[in-house]
Design a protein around this ligand. Structure first.
Ligand code: UDP
Length: 485
């Protein structure tokens, strides 16, 4: 085979959610670090600005990586300049405007891809339309999925066997047929679009388009680790007939948080004064919106548990504690916060550094895949509280397959980021917290497993580990494909 006399030009296309953009752009950086690869990231100016420091670092290391930016149609949809993703909205009415702007971007993005003529496209799972332009240009489209193979396999068998049609109530458990493990779920935990006909313009319709694009794409790159789901990696390949590569969570590989945060965050100093393994870290990711009643129950539970905690409270447009605390239980500020029994944060938390701190003994998480992996990589057992998207599947991987966590029992899937499922009461939360933190034999076993899984993840990112060999073989395969076309 003739050697290539030019670079493999890979085009990366991020979606407009921070927790999707970060792993995709970090994966682009890993691609560019491989010999003979040049990377272009297609996005809008303000999003590019956020990631410019990573790209500058990669460039100064001699790698070929650059942004190609197009204008975000802020004025056309009535958004202020600079609001270019869901994470930066300052009020709820901006959310549909961001959605509208993203749909307006489709055509200029297609045109930019035609002009750039890449050798392959690596796009977020939320950009299924890229499969059309890839087919037009006769190049492979790879999906960058910021989740795991387990979810794809369970979803596949739910679609085929429809076991939820055989139960008499939403809360009746059933086993999903056809999987390597016995995975039980309920209808209430499943996406509504999976169970009923999809309506035009609904998120169910988008998922259908995404699934259709998956079958027409070259393969899927998972920001997961093959070691933690080996049977599902095989299942995806042998039973579902799809190609996949597991590159790990790139931000952990790149060690970015430590590099960029030169000023140590105050919460890390507070953690230095706590007993090892004693503190609960409570965070529900970057986009979820709880009702105030749920915040109150969490506060009551944290106080009753008597454990020190770091609790990240995220609310749209509300970054100042003092202007929004009607929901705090009476006297909570004085009894708990001012006496520093626990820390409540409104700002963006340095989550990876927090989880890596030896004082952390448990992580209450919504099972967003980035958070789940960050917790597992740090060897911290999880208290799972799934809410929306594929988080109920992630919970099952965490608690039933990997056995590195306990379930809070949230039980009902939410169709939007505005949480409408029944409020999880204080007693249920306290029960889950004690279950993990009470030092029982079962809790000790969960902790032991958490350390074991963390070791597996660490080994897989070492030189020659599965993450780098998957990335190498992916690039080799794409190169060979492009060469033969
Ligand atoms: N995150 C963070 N600080 C915060 C909130 C979130 O660093 O205060 C990061 C977190 O470390 C993770 C991402 O944001 O990498 C959240 O992604 P995830 O997939 O867990 O959830 P999502 O935000 O998509 O619901």
């Amino acid at each position: 085979m003739a050697a290539r006399d030019r670079n493999l030009n890979a085009l990366f296309l991020p979606y407009f959610i921070t927790s999707h953009m970060t792993p995709l752009i970090d994966t682009a950086v890993l691609f560019a670090a491989r010999p003979g690869v040049a990377v272009t990231i297609l996005t809008t100016a303000s999003n590019a600005l956020t990631f410019q420091p990573s790209i500058d670092r990669a460039k100064s290391a001699g790698h070929r990586i650059t942004f190609h930016t197009i204008k975000f149609p802020a004025a056309e949809v009535g958004l202020p300049e600079g609001i270019e993703n869901y994470g930066s909205v300052a009020s709820r009415d901006m959310i549909p405007k961001v959605t509208r702007a993203i749909s307006l971007l489709r055509e200029p993005m297609v045109q930019a891809i035609r002009d750039l003529r890449p050798d392959c496209i690596v796009s977020d799972v939320m950009d299924p339309w890229t499969v059309d332009v890839a087919e037009e240009l006769n190049i492979p489209r790879l999906i960058l999925s910021t989740t795991n193979c387990f979810y794809y396999c369970v979803y596949h068998h739910l679609m085929i066997h429809k076991p939820y049609e055989k139960v008499t109530s939403d809360s009746e458990s059933f086993v999903v047929p056809g999987l390597p493990d016995e995975i039980e779920t309920t209808s209430a935990q499943l996406e509504d679009y999976l169970k009923s006909p999809v309506e035009s313009g609904s998120s169910g319709e988008l998922i259908k388009v995404i699934k259709d694009a998956e079958t027409r794409s070259y393969g899927t790159v998972f920001t997961s680790y093959s070691e933690i789901e080996p049977e599902y990696v095989l299942h995806y390949k042998n039973v579902m007939g799809r190609k996949s590569w597991h590159v790990g969570l790139p931000s952990l590989l790149l060690g970015k948080e430590n590099e960029t945060n030169m000023n140590r965050h105050r919460c890390l100093n507070w953690l230095d004064d706590q007993e090892p393994g004693s503190v609960l870290y409570v965070s529900f990711g970057s986009v979820v919106r709880f009702p105030d009643t749920q915040f109150t129950e969490i506060a009551l539970a944290l106080e009753e548990s008597g454990r020190p905690f770091v609790w990240v409270v995220r609310k749209i447009g509300k970054t100042c504690e003092k202007e929004d605390e009607d929901w705090l239980p009476e006297g909570f500020r004085e009894r708990v916060l001012e006496s520093e029994k626990g820390l409540m944060m409104r700002e963006w938390a340095p989550q990876i550094s927090i989880l890596a701190h030896p004082a952390i003994g448990g992580f209450v998480t919504h099972c967003g895949w980035n958070s789940a992996m960050e917790g597992m990589a740090a060897g911290v057992p999880l208290i799972t509280w799934p809410l929306f998207a594929e988080q109920f599947y992630n919970e099952k991987l965490i608690t039933r397959v990997l056995k590195v966590g306990v379930e809070v029992g949230s039980g009902v899937w939410n169709r939007s980021l505005d949480i409408r499922s029944p409020v999880v009461g204080k007693d249920k939360i306290v029960k889950a917290l004690s279950h993990l933190m009470d030092g029982s034999e079962e809790a000790k076993e969960i902790r032991r497993r958490a350390k074991e899984v963390s070791m597996m993840m660490k080994k897989s990112v070492e030189e020659g580990g599965s993450c780098s060999s998957d990335l190498n073989s992916l690039i080799e395969e794409i190169n060979a494909y492009v060469l033969h076309e």
